[in-house]
Design a protein around this ligand. Structure first.
Ligand SMILES: Cc1ncc(C[n+]2csc(CCOP(=O)(O)OP(=O)(O)O)c2C)c(N)n1
Ligand SMILES: [Mg+2]
Length: 518
């Protein structure tokens, strides 16, 4: 068989069964091979940033990689921003980047570029397959590399002649090494710190944001009085009624400093020591308070949940986790549709088992509070700060978890980076409800403009940060891509449309007309 067929068979044997794709001529043999291997589902995305963001969401929810098929350097470059988010999320992901045939490269044809350099900027593993006889073994290694704890982007560069040449055979999956356990001495040392009587904060990240990690961490907090916090942008946070609640570290450095103030010990479990997102004149970059000692219980690639469970047994053997009680806000029956009112509607209606893709930005500040006591759900966030991820994440969460309702809570400016994800949702019949927070502004940048201490902003500066001229019509955009849509101007309208969208299968979009914050 040819290299492409052996590659795809190797992937499906290794549990990689979905390929988010935007192919070109150099990938045509890969595309043709999809008919020979029906176990692989090809999902067409109309922009590479949708494909890579989708592969990220799939990996976060499925716990195994999706493949993403990209066309040479330019296709990879279009997808890089969301591969950056995937790298920050530590998502297992396999990028397959087609290249010119090996003998064609020296002619420097128009699409020739430095794929290896681009791939290296986001990938923990890069391999260029040299011969069709090697491609299956390379692919098996790539899948294992993607899955190596804590998870990473692996990129396989696939020359066209390696794809089309015969002499290839599928390869068996390779074993993946387990996350290393944390030494007992580390657990005991952290336990002594926790019982010292000095104020401690336990900062959770990565796998610790899943239910077993949260339960163990909550036992520690209940038994020792340590405060619990979670990293600002977790890849996947399990939350809701019956699960220990944990506040996320605030995005704004001033608020984060308030959350951490008074801590004498900061204990990291799968999280990194917190830093400010940006530098501001006169402000510190590190958010670790003066005089606070940092202790690493577990690195992100360690067995973080095992370490937390061992810590709970050591430091708080009799403590029980504090589980969040069920509680829902009322749907506001009057008043304007503000971000706060929209959050109350969403909190009131969020279905059990929902997967929320949160890129609501400034309009979303009330969402964590309003949904904290909703039925159990997963919360996916913008791990790398590179906007344009929310709609692709939601799309692939629905591919990875059919039967679970998916809610994309999406700011208008961010939605416009990758709106064609809606077309993929329509085409695949995915059960995704998108709420666009249409504040017609890059509202956060208006705030940042004041915070960075720039010159007082004039009309030219504000002009670069507003989206009202012309006003975007998300209802027309969505219906133009096959997604039924409506516009909500009051909390009541939002509630009616959200109930209907959640009740009907398939994708829906609601444009919620909200004012900019502040
Ligand atoms: C890829 C990328 N480009 C640009 C930015 C800078 N940026 C941060 S927030 C933002 C605008 C956000 O506007 P919107 O999504 O409407 O959210 P809002 O602030 O209005 O709540 C931009 C352009 C970024 N973070 N990532
Ligand atoms: Mg906006």
């Amino acid at each position: 068989m040819n290299g492409a067929q052996a590659l795809i068979r190797t992937l499906t044997r290794g549990g990689v069964e979905v390929c988010f794709s935007n192919p070109g001529t150099s990938e045509m043999h890969f595309v043709a091979a999809l008919d020979a291997v029906p176990q692989m589902r090809g999902v067409l995305c109309l922009f590479e940033g949708v494909a890579t963001g989708a592969a990220d969401g799939y990996g976060r929810m499925a716990g195994r990689p999706a493949a993403v098929l990209l066309h040479l350097g330019p296709g990879l470059a279009n997808g890089l921003a969301n591969l950056h988010n995937a790298r920050r999320a530590r998502t297992p992901l396999l990028a397959v980047v087609g290249d010119h045939a090996t003998y064609h490269k020296r002619y420097d044809a128009p699409l020739e570029s430095d794929i290896d350099a681009l791939a290296g900027s986001v990938s923990g593993w890069v391999r260029r397959s040299a011969r069709s006889a090697d491609v299956a073994a390379d692919a098996a290694e790539g899948v294992a590399a993607a899955l190596t704890p804590p998870g990473q982007v692996a990129t396989l560069i696939l020359p066209a002649d390696v794809s089309w040449s015969d002499g290839a055979e599928p390869a068996a999956p390779l074993p993946v090494r387990a996350a290393p356990g944390v030494p007992g001495a580390t657990v005991r040392s952290v336990s002594r710190t926790l019982r010292s009587g000095e104020p401690c904060v336990l900062l959770l990240g990565g796998a610790a944001a899943r239910r077993p990690g949260l339960e163990a961490a909550s036992r520690v907090a209940q038994g020792t009085g340590a405060r619990l916090l979670c990293e600002t942008f977790p890849a996947r946070l399990e939350r809701g009624a019956g699960i220990p609640a944990v506040d996320r570290l605030a995005y704004l450095g001033e608020f984060a400093a308030g959350q951490l103030s008074g801590a004498r010990h900061l204990i990291l479990a799968g999280a990194r020591a917190p830093v400010s997102f940006f530098a501001y004149p006169g402000q510190p970059s590190s958010l670790v308070p003066e005089g606070c000692e940092v202790h690493v219980l577990a690195e992100p690639g360690d067995d973080v949940c095992g370490a937390l469970a061992a810590l709970a047994d050591e430091a708080a053997p009799d403590a029980k986790p504090l589980l969040r009680e069920a509680e829902r806000p009322e749907v506001p029956d009057s008043g304007d549709l503000t971000g706060a009112a929209a959050a109350a509607v969403i909190g009131a209606l969020l279905p059990e088992g929902a997967i929320v893709s949160d890129e609501a930005n400034t309009s979303g500040v009330w969402l964590p509070g309003a949904t904290a006591g909703a039925p159990p759900h997963d919360w996916l966030t913008l791990t790398g700060g590179s906007i344009g991820l929310g709609l692709p994440l939601a799309t692939s969460a629905a591919v990875a978890c059919p039967g679970r309702p998916v809610l994309a809570l999406e700011a208008d400016g961010s939605a416009m980076y990758t709106p064609s994800a809606l077309w993929t949702q329509a085409r695949e019949g995915l059960d995704v409800t998108t709420v666009i927070f249409s504040n017609r502004s890059y509202a956060i940048l208006n705030m940042e403009l004041d915070r960075v201490g720039a010159e007082p902003a004039g009309a030219a500066a504000r002009n670069l940060l507003e989206l009202a001229r012309p006003g975007l019509d998300f209802v027309a955009l969505a219906t133009g891509m096959g997604v039924p849509a409506g516009r909500a101007r009051t909390p009541g309208e939002l509630a009616v449309q959200l109930r209907q969208a959640l009740a009907e299968p398939g994708p829906h979009l609601i444009e919620a007309m909200v004012p900019p914050l502040g």
